[in-house]
Unconditional design. Structure first.
Length: 93
C-alpha cells in the first residue's frame, strides 16, 4: 500500500563488469525486474564476479551476453537494442 512500484531495469555491463554486476544485485533488493546485458567483452571470472552472477540467478535476474564465448544466454547486439525500449531504466557500466 503506497509502496514503490518495481521497475524493469536493464544493466548494460561492458567496461566495469564487477561494478555493473554488483549494482545489478543491489537493484534486485527493491524487487525490481533486473536484466543484465554483458556486452562485447567475455565475462571475466573471479570470486566477486562469480558470486554476483550466482546471486543474480538466485534473485531471478536474467543475464544475457552478445559474446558467443560466454556460457550465458545469447542475444545479438541488435536483439539487445530492440529490447531496451521495454525497460523503465537503462544503466550503463
Amino acid at each position: 500500500m503506497g509502496g514503490k512500484m518495481a521497475k524493469k531495469v536493464a544493466v548494460m555491463v561492458s567496461d566495469n563488469q564487477q561494478e555493473g554486476l554488483r549494482m545489478a544485485v543491489g537493484l534486485t533488493l527493491e524487487d525490481n525486474a533486473v536484466s543484465v546485458f554483458v556486452m562485447d567483452k567475455k565475462l571475466a571470472s573471479g570470486d566477486d564476479i562469480d558470486l554476483n552472477v550466482e546471486t543474480l540467478g538466485d534473485m531471478d535476474a536474467k543475464i544475457y551476453s552478445n559474446n558467443p564465448e560466454d556460457k550465458l544466454e545469447q542475444r545479438t547486439t541488435q536483439e539487445v537494442a530492440l529490447a531496451l525500449p521495454e525497460f523503465d531504466v537503462v544503466i550503463q557500466y
